[in-house]
Design a binder for this molecule. Sequence first.
Ligand SMILES: C[S@@+](CC[C@H](N)C(=O)[O-])C[C@H]1O[C@@H](n2cnc3c(N)ncnc32)[C@H](O)[C@@H]1O
Length: 234
Amino acid sequence: MLLRNPRLQKLIGGTFIEWLGIDMAARAEMLALMMHKDWNKLKLLRRARRERRSMVTNFESFIVHSIATGMAKAPGDIAEVGVFQGSTAKVICEAKGEKTFHLCDTFEGLPEPSEVEKHIEVKGRFACSIESIQKYLKDYKQLEYHKGFCPESVKGVLDNHKFCFVHLDVDLYQSTKECLEYFFPRLIPGGVVLSHDYSILPGVRQAFSEFCEGRQEQVIELPTTQCMLIKTTA
Ligand SMILES: C[S@@+](CC[C@H](N)C(=O)[O-])C[C@H]1O[C@@H](n2cnc3c(N)ncnc32)[C@H](O)[C@@H]1O
């Protein structure tokens, strides 16, 4: 509950202290993972954290990697909305096999926060240029970049695509809500939307709760800050 505290979020959000906290959690998690998980996978997670500033812990990127691996042979593309410096994108690139991977970001940082979160989020936070990501991920094939506010940036471009895995890491209510509305109908049956920050950011939580109202699919909360939705309808 401590990490849900709005004062604490405003105070440390996007700062070196937040990153330090994530880094410390990631180190502790790595020790736990080393007891029983494949070392090659752990080396990749460590590399992705060392090479770029990452806003996810090791348990969280482990889950991203596992879902991308599990979906590598399913039909449909993979998409990530919320790339920042490309840490989770790199993890997906390593797991995706031959799949097309869509990387969606404003590449100018967070859009305007809504009422529910404007006391903790700041427009422009997490800005990173598209050129820097393209350079970082230059060795991977089948990557498509979509710059701008998502889903506006992909409307008319990806409308006829199907997705097996969509990773949302957008921090904000409107971004989460609109991305769910755009991507969920385009998921294959059994396809997964995974979101970061569900248990700590009010906008993300509210967007999922509104989206799931009256639906067969309900939120699956994970022990990390993440949640997922599995499409159970055609
Ligand atoms: C916390 S960062 C993502 C962290 C990243 N996944 C990592 O590996 O560390 C959030 C990102 O979401 C992006 N973003 C938020 N809402 C967006 C939207 N509607 N369209 C495009 N990008 C968005 C911001 O530009 C920012 O780069």
